[in-house]
Ligand binder design. Structure first.
Ligand code: AMP
Length: 229
């Protein structure tokens, strides 16, 4: 059986929570504080679909409908990514694992490489998620996320980080958001039981009760002692 994290062990931080709970924003902030890379399967899939080949079209259709892509595809993408040298000391997983199948594969692979893992569950009320995702804008180039209500860009529709145009993601329409939340309830939420059975360090943090940098500081203080020696 796979071994969860112990103190000072090289380790993965799994950011867990429904779509719109702030996983991506938190992962980008935590990457600075923990100095380990941020791996977002959603960003990897959006990048992959830009190629416009057959697989790219399949990915686009699933994402536009708010459906998950296959475990096989994301497992392979993550496996390839975590083999790179920058992941040697640890990394942040955002949006992965999302099914029990992915969680089983991931924990076996991490354990085989001598990694532990820590889970942070970002909890958010669904009504707040729907309001939040409707105001979300993402940079078309560097993927930085803004929110028209809670963290607006300095110039309308322009990314503060790289100056590129901001876009509304196709999967942020209300009907697709509801589909994604249903999918989360059916396929992803059951992972909470899986993780509690694993005995890994597990923290619950409110994803909206404070400004994103303050939430990130709280998470960083919680996880840093166990993640990095
Ligand atoms: P995200 O940016 O994490 O909200 O992901 C956007 C979309 O990418 C999701 O709604 C899914 O369609 C797909 N996706 C991202 N990560 C996964 C995953 N681990 N398993 C399956 N599909 C995923």
């Amino acid at each position: 059986m796979a071994e969860p994290n112990g103190d000072g062990q090289k380790s993965a931080l799994i950011l867990f929570g429904p779509p719109g709970s702030g996983k991506g924003t938190q992962a980008r902030l935590l990457k600075e504080c923990l100095t380990i890379p941020h791996i977002s399967t959603g960003d990897m899939l959006r990048e992959r679909m830009q190629t416009g080949d057959d697989l790219g079209h399949v990915i686009r259709r699933l994402l536009d409908q708010g459906e998950l892509v296959t475990d096989e595809l994301v497992n392979r993408m993550v496996e390839d990514r975590i083999q790179r040298a920058d992941c040697a000391a640890g990394f942040i997983l955002d949006g992965y694992p999302r099914t029990l199948g992915q969680a089983g594969t991931m924990t076996r692979r991490l354990a085989a490489r001598g990694f532990g893992w820590t889970v942070v569950h970002l909890k958010v009320d669904y009504n707040k998620i729907i309001a939040r995702l409707a105001g979300r804008r993402q940079c078309s180039q560097c993927a930085t996320v803004f929110n028209l209500v809670s963290s607006p860009p300095k110039r309308e529709n322009v990314c503060d980080a790289c100056g590129s145009r901001l876009v509304i993601r196709d999967d942020d329409s209300e009907s697709v958001i509801r589909r994604r939340l249903e999918g989360y309830e059916e396929q992803t939420r059951p992972l909470l039981n899986f993780f509690s059975g694993e005995g890994c360090p597990f923290y619950e943090v409110d994803g909206v009760d404070d400004a994103p940098p303050a939430i990130a500081r709280r998470i960083c203080n919680l996880v840093r002692p166990g993640l990095l020696s």
